[in-house]
Design a protein around this ligand. Structure first.
Ligand SMILES: C[S@@+](CC[C@H](N)C(=O)[O-])C[C@H]1O[C@@H](n2cnc3c(N)ncnc32)[C@H](O)[C@@H]1O
Length: 174
């Protein structure tokens, strides 16, 4: 019986979470203080549609919606983190028409409605994602890449977070 429970857990949770960590990035959360600085620079409007590709526990989505009223969309491949994201949006009273999290690989996401995309991913998936962002995002859409730059795109703004983080944030326009 125990083996069966473990097998089901492995199939439903552990394996997809490990795959997401391998093909995109393992879970590492953007801290609230860092987010505040990023939001200040991003100048997000309530009419914006914000995507977090690999949204983890949904904390970026919640913070963006709370501080800007923008519509927020997340993609998460790990069922465990996806469930936490869904609950996080619910607990923080993000209205259904203003926030949604998809349990889906972001390489299969429809990005045609996004005008602001947030990425906290490893260099390899960023390289793979760059052509999709360039072809699918509407003209004028912005991309924020936290920690690592997007190859083959020139940022219009780069800044380093305040100490003790010192991590770079890259802003792009399509
Ligand atoms: C570094 S964390 C970032 C979490 C969140 N964006 C934040 O800044 O707090 C990366 C997340 O992306 C998810 N992920 C990785 N590859 C993915 C893929 N191809 N599709 C959907 N989610 C993915 C991982 O499961 C992980 O939760």
């Amino acid at each position: 019986m125990l083996y069966l429970i473990f097998l089901i857990l492995a199939l439903l949770i552990i394996i997809p979470t490990a795959v997401a960590g391998f093909i995109g990035a393992p879970l590492a959360l953007t801290k609230k203080k860092q987010l505040k600085e990023i939001i200040q620079q991003a100048k997000i409007k309530p009419t914006d549609i914000f995507y977090d590709l690999g949204c983890g526990t949904g904390r970026v989505l919640v913070a963006i919606h709370k501080q800007t009223q923008a519509k927020v969309i997340g993609y998460e491949m790990s069922p465990l983190y996806w469930l936490i994201s869904v609950l996080n949006l619910k607990i923080n009273r993000v209205p259904k028409n203003k926030g949604k999290v998809y349990l889906k690989n972001f390489f299969q996401a429809d990005l045609s409605k996004a005008n602001l995309v947030f990425l906290f991913l490893m260099p390899k998936p960023l390289t793979k994602l760059a052509p999709k962002l360039k072809t699918e995002l509407p003209q004028g859409a912005k991309i924020i890449s936290y920690c690592f730059p997007l190859p083959s795109l020139a940022p219009y703004l780069t800044f380093t977070l305040k100490p003790p983080n010192f991590l770079p944030v890259y802003f792009y326009k399509v």
